[in-house]
Design a protein around this ligand. Structure first.
Ligand code: ADP
Length: 483
């Protein structure tokens, strides 16, 4: 880096992303500050930094800025979620004389408004979907009602016929008012069986913009991503170049600073349209890092420090194939309800081609307060088949007991012939409900925990001579997992 302005960074986040950011900061010789709430006093991320500072909550702007001042941090990294796309936070950080590791306040504000973002992209020549602010012609149905300030798939409603529109507009406005404090909604053409393909971009203060190719994020549940991969099985070199150029045009149009993502929807004919721009690091950034040999957090910090992106577009290549699976504390057999509990046994997989970005350890207590993402499992292989084979192997080897989770579910998805064939779209999981059906011969969780920690039986199996030993558990890989 050039003149070193950033010497200590406060990470205004928790869990796996806080820890992932600390890793790069430490490699760059930058001091690290964690923040934690009452519930997170014993959390892994709070013990992973040089210092940890108590805050009221992760959305309390004043308390976070105070924490940065008190710990003498020069910069703040917001991670994703929480305040990562909050223009008021960006403003407060700048006003306190601190550097925000992220884009400018104005960019966050305009990209946070889906209508304004679409208009800017349209003016920049980026393809956008037909949009209406009131009832469209009947031949345009089905349509999608969306929240102007939306995120995380909230406030979105598919409408089949004009007579259902009024009700849907009102319901979506109510929902988004509650979730985002902004009840404005709009109407967008609904694309049947589309793919979600997004482009990673970087922009620096010297006017350079690059894209780091695509991520295919079509495996979703309720409009939220679960499995991501790159390269996309649906993109050929020409399409990749066209989408990359559109994403760079989008970044240039807003003078983008830092790491961002331009999301596109790809229809069955292979035409792409701008969906939205995320002004932050994405959950799924590791697959891009692995296939391009880059560290996106490092680039974010360099850019925030006023340095140049450390490579040019011509330097960038995609090598091999990478997949990410999001490991959630949830119960796939029970409508994916969030799960709570204490992590009794945690033995994540390792070996060639495996990366784990984890926010937990044995003993971690998982409550209802926060996002149920526990860890991200990422694999790399020279091609898609090899990357999938590694993911299947790694999910089989993943031991996580004490909290219900989606590991078995993910394993069924990535091992399925349909996924292997690359025949995926955003409705893939709706069509394949069999992945979340109960396992026929499941060993009770208590017995598994007891067996793996070497005691003789838990609540449901206490005293029974048939309690499995850890070796038994190990032998029955298909059915022992706590899901
Ligand atoms: P959010 O900001 O709430 O995440 P997005 O606009 O990014 O909303 O859309 C999230 C997901 O919803 C997309 O990945 C896609 O699966 C689906 N989606 C969004 N817009 C459309 C559309 N016009 N037609 C079909 N599906 C859509």
């Amino acid at each position: 880096m050039g003149a070193k302005m950033i010497q200590r960074v406060l990470v205004a986040n928790r869990g796996e992303i806080a820890i992932r950011i600390f890793h790069t900061l430490r490699e760059m010789g930058i001091a690290t500050v964690a923040v934690f709430t009452d519930e997170d006093e014993a959390a892994f991320h709070a013990r992973s930094a040089d210092q940890a500072y108590h805050v009221g909550n992760y959305l309390d702007i004043e308390s976070l800025v105070d924490a940065a001042r008190m710990t003498h941090a020069d910069a703040v990294h917001p991670g994703y979620g929480f305040l990562a796309e909050n223009a008021e936070f960006a403003k407060a950080v700048a006003e306190a004389g601190l550097i925000l590791i992220g884009p400018r306040e104005g960019t966050i504000r305009s990209m946070g408004d889906k209508l304004e973002a679409k208009q800017i992209m349209k003016n920049a020549g980026v393809p956008t979907l037909p949009t209406w602010e009131r009832a469209p012609p009947a031949d345009q149905f089905p349509i999608l009602v969306k929240a102007v300030g939306g995120g995380g798939g909230k406030g979105m409603r598919r409408v089949e016929t004009p007579d259902e529109l009024d009700h849907a507009l009102k319901a979506a406005a109510r929902e988004s008012g509650k979730a985002f404090g902004d009840d404005r909604v709009f109407i967008e053409k609904y694309i049947e069986k589309p793919r979600h393909v997004e482009i990673q971009i970087l922009g620096d203060s010297h006017g350079s913009y690059v894209h780091l190719f695509e991520r295919e994020c079509s495996i979703q549940r309720r409009h939220q991503k679960i499995i991501e991969e790159t390269p996309s099985p649906a993109i050929d070199p020409e399409k990749r170049e066209a989408m990359g150029a559109a994403a760079v045009a989008a970044a240039r149009a807003v003078g983008y600073l830092g790491a961002g993502t331009v999301e596109f929807i790809l229809d069955r004919a292979g035409d792409f349209c701008f969906l939205e721009m995320n002004t932050r690091l994405q959950v799924e950034h590791p697959v891009t890092e692995w296939t391009t040999g880059t560290d996106l957090v490092r680039e974010q910090i360099r850019i925030a420090n006023g340095d140049r992106i450390s490579f040019t577009q011509e330097d960038l290549r995609q090598t091999g194939h990478s997949i990410e699976c999001r490991i959630y504390a949830e119960d796939p057999e029970n409508e994916f309800r969030p799960a709570t509990g204490s992590v009794e046994v945690y033995r994540p997989p390792d070996g060639p081609g495996i990366r784990l970005d984890s926010g937990i350890e044995e003993g971690s207590v998982i409550g209802f307060q926060y996002d149920p993402l526990l860890a991200k499992l990422i694999t790399w292989g020279p091609d898609r088949d090899a990357s999938i084979a590694r993911m299947v192997r790694a999910l089989h080897d993943f031991v996580l007991l004490g909290v219900r989770n989606n590991i078995d579910f993910l394993c069924r998805v990535v091992s399925s012939p349909a996924f292997r064939a690359g025949d995926i779209d955003t409705q893939f999981l709706e069509r394949h409900s069999e992945f979340s059906e109960p396992e026929p011969e499941r060993i009770p969780v208590e017995a598994l925990v007891a067996a793996s920690v070497g005691t003789s039986g838990g609540r449901s199996s206490a005293g029974t001579p048939t309690s499995p030993t850890f070796a038994d558990v190990w032998q029955t890989r298909e059915s022992w997992r706590n899901t």
